[in-house]
Design a protein around this ligand. Structure first.
Ligand code: GUN
Length: 292
């Protein structure tokens, strides 16, 4: 078994970006600027956004964190979005999800200028992705593709099973793994809550990508010997042996399956850091597109 070390690869990508930012600076070009909006004070979301902002600092980007109270109205949030769309200093921005229930997520994502949509959630970018046209790829699937690429994982002709059909991960992941490119050209099956016999389908996967948000759901019997396993899940579960009383678990039972797979992402330190690295890459693409 070999680890798909997302933390290590993300550090390499950040180093590459740091060098590219320095070159831009030396040429008198604009430094990339990422903004993030977070509404409310959900602990996990605040942690994710904080690490996105911190990563910007590490690579020499400018960043802006916009924290809005949970009572923020949809109209107020849309107002902020219109402001960011017009602000030439900001090259790309994200609206951290989930949003409070009183705000229509679809309406908000539609309001983001697709040229600044570095999360790749706007229908313009989703449509372009589906058609294989230039676009911002959503950060988590893009990070997974990059990880597979940097470990030279073969994907052509492989059976790829994606567990979960979320708009953020499962749906785009399925599309990207079946496109005519590398990584891609896989035979993709997307399974979800209504799928019959998930266990059997998973056990036939050469590449198993799990993004369902159910800790430890994927057990030994569901993994083909020699499979490549990518675990997107990251959930706090109780663990009395830890001082904090909890630990982070993936959707895959790592302990059970580790000795029978060829490659596997750890949790934490697998997909999470790659997501952030991809967001930084997208922001770099956003600023470069403005050069021409
Ligand atoms: N919530 C969970 N993942 C993501 C992500 O990639 N982007 C945003 N904006 N929100 C998220």
């Amino acid at each position: 078994m070999q680890l798909l070390d997302g933390l290590l690869v993300s550090k390499t990508i950040k180093q590459e970006l740091t060098e590219k930012v320095a070159i831009r600076k030396s040429l008198g070009k604009k430094v990339p600027h990422l903004a993030a909006i977070i509404v409310g004070n959900d602990g996990a979301s605040m942690t994710y956004v904080a690490s996105k902002v911190k990563s910007c600092e590490e690579v020499g980007y400018d960043s802006t964190l916009i924290q809005l109270p949970s009572e923020t109205t949809e109209a107020e949030l849309l107002q902020k979005i219109h402001h960011l769309n017009q602000d030439d200093a900001v090259d790309g921005y994200i609206v951290q999800l989930p949003l409070p229930k009183h705000i229509n997520e679809h309406k908000v994502l539609m309001a983001v200028d697709y040229r600044k949509d570095v999360d790749g959630f706007h229908p313009e970018n989703v449509g372009r992705m589906a058609l294989g046209l230039p676009c911002f790829l959503p950060a988590t699937p893009a990070g997974i593709l990059e990880l597979l690429k940097r470990y030279n994982i073969e994907t052509e002709g492989k059976n790829c099973v994606v567990v979960g059909r979320s708009h953020i991960v499962g749906m785009p992941m399925g599309l990207l793994m079946q496109r005519n490119d590398y990584p891609g050209n896989a035979t993709v099956t997307v399974v979800h809550s209504k799928t019959k016999d998930i266990e059997k389908i998973c056990s036939q996967a050469d590449i198993l990508i799990v993004a369902i948000g159910k800790p430890l759901m994927i057990t030994k019997e569901m993994v083909k010997p020699g499979a490549v396993v990518v675990d997107v899940g990251i959930t706090r579960i109780e663990d009395s042996t830890k001082n904090s009383g909890f630990r982070l678990a993936g959707d895959v039972d790592f302990q059970q399956v580790a000795d029978q797979v060829s490659f596997i992402t750890p949790v934490p330190g697998g997909v999470g850091p790659m997501t952030i690295a991809s967001l930084l890459v997208n922001t770099f693409i956003a600023v470069e597109r403005k050069d021409v």
